[in-house]
Design a protein around this ligand. Sequence first.
Ligand code: T1G
Length: 687
Amino acid sequence: MSVTFRREGPVAYVELDNPPVNAIGLSIRQGLMDALDWIAEEAHLDRVILSGKGRAFAAGADAREFDAAPMPPHLPDVIRRMEQCDVPWIAAVDGVALGGGCELVLGCHYRIAAPGALIGLPEVTLGVIPGAGGTQRLPRLVGLDTALQMISTGKPVNAARALEIGLVHEVAEDVNFAAEEVNAELLTTLPALADLPGPEMDANAVNAARVNASKKTAQQIAPQRAIDLIAASCSEPFETAMLKERATFLDLRQGDQARALRHAFFAERAAKAPERLKAVPTPELTHVAVVGGGTMGAGIAYALLNAGLRVTVLETSAEGVERAQANVKKIIAASLKRGLINDANAEDRRARLVCSDDYGQAADAQLAIEAAFESMEVKKDVFTKLQAVMAPDAVLATNTSYLDVDEIAAVLEDPTRMVGLHFFAPAHIMKLLEIVNGKATSDAALALGFDLAKRLRKVPVLAGVCDGFIGNRILARYREAADSLLLDGALPQDVDAAMRGFGYAMGPYEAQDLSGLDIAFANRRRQDATRDPNRRYVAIGDKMVEAGRLGRKTGSGWYDYSDGQTVDPKVAEIIAAESAVAGVKRREIGAEEISRTLVLAMINEAADIIHEGVAQSARDVDLVTLFGYGFPRWRGGLMHYADVLGPKTVLQGIEALSANDPVAWTVSPLIRDCVERGISFAEASSA
Ligand code: T1G
């Protein structure tokens, strides 16, 4: 039974019970209709208390039903019946009431929240709009401006804010008890929100919401459509506007953007340890050592402190120790300033942090994460020292971005304890964690890696060993294809604008100016010996580094930073000179060709990565590109987008580009396989 109902005296109790978060699927909608039928037959009831069993009131409509035809009873009809019920309904909200959960609350006549409750309409984050009255009832309850903010951003409010804006009548520790205590007389006077007049139109507020949505959720349809419907609440009769809301919801949920956002939502939740690791025993994590207190090390240390762990940051000198201490404390201070933690939390984190140049301090750590300089010699030395002090069953992890995990593991007497844990800067903010499975890596080491990911609330993705694992290998191909377009006629600002137009927050050149051109330079040097001489090599990046243009940190890179970020004519000169040396006649290259070329290059590389088994599935590539590299979430991730294009279109697109550089554009066997078998990338590689 997804909905239970009973009465005690004049009080009817209706409880949602669909673990884990009371997602409102058909069983709940039908259960509520059954409860309403029962209530209609009961006499002498003065209230119905609606609550959610477990940790949520209700997480919203069951998004897994959105791919199928809608099944009656439909939520808007259920809520309308609650609202018109002769017995007043009280929402007793403990936990989250989101989406349809919030719309159930709005269908009640009296609303109570527990202090830790979160109430909101996040539908736009799934590419849809509130489809059960939210766009019409919320403005009638909290006013136009607040409704515009809440619905177009999808951000929920906490109990205090809900009380402040009038979304709930009261906040109470024990919401059920408070509901029993509400004055019965008062309950009979409370109107149904649908019967209230809509709010006054405020064109400025509507425009402000549109401008904000076009900035924060550029190119996304749902926020703008939500704003249209909220504005309609000012002028159109409730029932008329409700028909429009329903039609808009049904239209959006089948669209590419909603499918992509649903895919991203469920892919993130499916990111768990492979089945075989579930049975592998792992130690309880209490103490983790981090080697290297630079930017990455400090970020990792802070993520560990945030998860309640004891952390020892190891350095090689007193200065290093001081620098590590300062770096972690800087992050703590920044979190304090942003209100993410309070003074007590900050003190608690500082108390669990030790920075030291004595490796012996790590002796009882269950795990060590090396985040030292990206040099094979340095890493081998670190692991030799760790091995000497840590327990033989402690797991040793490297955060290397590019270096060969197997070669590092070879310095250990027991290489099975080595695993790659590739964090992304800033490590305490970026959710992606690539867990790199070395040749010798044991299941115990992998399992501990996934335990850590869960503890840190990261999105874990299993990666095989190759140059750059999954994400950086795709990034290297993205940059190589971009540099090739520079040689043919594009300029950095053209490429960046084109990729921002595709949906990235930042293009590849402005991004590289942030991380530094020297990293890719070092990687190209590392690959010199093994590069295919028939593969087009673009030396523009090398010339930039030779000219001292390393990016923001040197005041200039692909752009000039002496006064903000500006286009620098010197860069175009360097590029033109390289085109001349290469004998290339430069041509105009438009934004559509740029974005198509770069996305196809990434898709082809990702297809190889899946084909080689470095990534387990297309979905894992989506997680990496979404949570580590800023791929637009409303496109669902690189391979979800590849499936939107379709394998045949991908194949044709790549073949059309291969003339210029047949080696770089060799079509991945996975793509040919999908076309020949008539299957999607998701089907070809479903883990
Ligand atoms: N539909 C289906 N499954 C859901 C779900 C949902 N709305 N929300 C959560 N789950 C599953 C999730 O996939 C996971 O499954 C498990 O529940 C625990 O979730 C008509 C149209 C509620 C804050 O956007 O934000 O209502 O992996 O791991 O971290 O107008 O889930 O265990 O198999 O996330 O504690 C609007 C989405 C829907 C809220 C809990 N609602 N959910 O977070 O647990 S559209 C939302 C969340 C709608 C109406 C419209 C979070 C959470 P599994 P979890 P959590």
